[in-house]
Structure formats: C-alpha cells, structure tokens
Write a protein that binds this ligand. Structure first.
Ligand code: OOG
Ligand code: MG
Length: 260
C-alpha cells in the first residue's frame, strides 16, 4: 500500500465524515490512473469496515447515458455498499450529514450465495460526491467509491423474465421530476448485474476459491441478501431537507424516502 493511496483514502474519508468537500485528487495528481483509484476506493471502504461497518453489497454507476451526460464521465464504474449506507424503505435521510446530496431511481437485485439474482426491487440511491461542486474526472469518482452515500430498497419481488423496458419515475413531493426506462441501464439491468459481478470478481471482491476473509478487498462470497444497484436510468436531482421522494418502477413498485 503506497503512502499516496492511503493519504488519498484518508482525505476522502475525512471529507465524508466531516461533510466538507475536498479538492479533486486529479487536480494535484494529474497522473492518477483508474487502477490506483480502485485501490484508493478499497482502502477507503476498509477504513469504514475497521470502524465496524459491514459490506452490504455492490453498485454500478454511470450505466446510462443520462447519468454519463450529467457528470461528464463516459465510463461504467462500480463501488461498494455498506450497512451504514442503508436506509429503510419509508425512512429518512439526514442531509445535514451530507455535502450536496442528490437522489436517483435505481433497480436493486438481491444476491444469492453465488452472486445470482434472487429478487428485484425498486430502489433509491443518495449520491454525495466528496468533491467540491460535484465535479470530478473518472479516477476521482472511482476513488470516492462512486459517490455512494445512502440507499433505500423497496419491496422485493421475484425476478421477472422481462426487465428490459420498464418505465421509471422519480417523484419529489408528488411531482414527477425525471422519467426513464430500465432499457437505459446498459440495455437491461441484468447486463449491469453481469458486468458488475465480473468487474468485482476480477478485482477479487467476490468469492471463487481461497478462504473467504473479511475486508473490502479480500475474496469474499457475497452473503445472501447482498444488494446490487444497477445504476440510475435517469439523471439525479438535488435532495433537499423536508422533501419526500419516490422511485416508481413499472411492475416492481415503489421505494420511498424522506429528507430531514
Ligand atoms: C457517480 C455515481 C453514479 C449511478 O447510478 O450512475 C451512480 C455520480 O453520479 O456521482 O451511482
Ligand atoms: Mg446510482
């Protein structure tokens, strides 16, 4: 572990814990590559695990054109979810602990022992870039654990045969603010799942051989119940205190959260 990786993970961790933004890593390290950025992400999440959090799943990011266009980054990215990021369906998010949160509609899969999808649900993700003005380059957002901050999973249902063209709505205080389709998520959220599991597997996060060990990076079987977020089908919108947000996915139902 190089000093640079540890130092950058520390910086992002401080930004998250203090809800104060930091400068882009690529501003001071223009040579920062994506491989090193994933090492920073792993170290960043390891710091959370050392404080007692547990891995709760994985997420994909920038799997739709709407998302890529919003942040100006054209590559699919993946990150790690912990139990401390989870908010119950219908629960509340305290935005005073976040920097400049945004919220977006998601499709969630529940993973079984071998990483297969055992159920699907409408979901919401609160993202909160640790960088000033929510601006970053690809290595920055990878290192920042893909802006992951909170997630909410609605009611689970069996995975239907067809998931590739379901309408998606994001509502704030009863008004529709974004519309999309699950087709926007790499053509089909199942493709995002396959891609994410392949990437996480290649990085050694998911099992296959060897003794499972805890940690953000060690080969580790996905525990039954792990959540996988496929990536938002629409752009994200600011999450303001006092608002009530719903993600409605056709045939799957609704996930809800309030902000205080
Ligand atoms: C990066 C995270 C993207 C998604 O669903 O595409 C993401 C960001 O937009 O800050 O979670
Ligand atoms: Mg997302």
């Amino acid at each position: 572990m190089t000093v640079q990786v540890m130092e950058m993970a520390w910086r992002l961790d401080q930004a998250e814990r203090s809800a104060q933004p930091t400068g882009q890593l690529t501003a001071t390290e223009p040579e920062l590559d994506v491989g090193t950025a994933y090492r920073i992400q792993r170290e960043l999440v390891e710091r959370r695990l050392k404080r007692g959090e547990r891995l709760a799943g994985l997420k994909m990011g920038l799997t739709s054109r709407a998302k890529q266009a919003q942040v100006g980054v054209d590559d699919v990215i993946w990150g790690r979810l912990t139990d401390a990021m989870r908010v119950a369906d219908g629960g509340t998010v305290d935005v005073s602990r976040l920097i400049h949160p945004r919220i977006e509609p998601e499709v969630a899969f529940r993973l079984g022992e071998g990483g297969e999808a055992t159920a699907v649900a409408p979901a919401l993700e609160v993202i909160d870039s640790r960088y000033a003005d929510f601006r970053f380059a690809l290595p920055d957002v990878v290192a920042d654990n893909t802006s992951a901050a909170r997630f909410v999973v609605g009611p689970w249902s069996p995975v239907p045969d067809q998931l590739d063209n379901l309408g998606v709505l994001l509502e704030v205080d009863g008004r529709v603010v974004q519309t999309g389709s699950t087709a926007a998520i790499l053509g089909n959220p199942r493709r995002a799942l396959a891609r994410g599991l392949a990437l996480a597997g290649a990085a050694g996060v998911l099992g296959g051989g060897g003794a499972p060990r805890s940690g953000a990076g060690g080969a580790l079987q996905p525990e039954p119940g792990w959540v996988f977020l496929a990536g938002a089908a629409t752009a994200a919108v600011p999450l303001r205190p006092g608002s009530h947000v719903r993600a409605v996915v056709e045939k799957l139902g609704t996930a809800r959260v309030g902000a205080v």
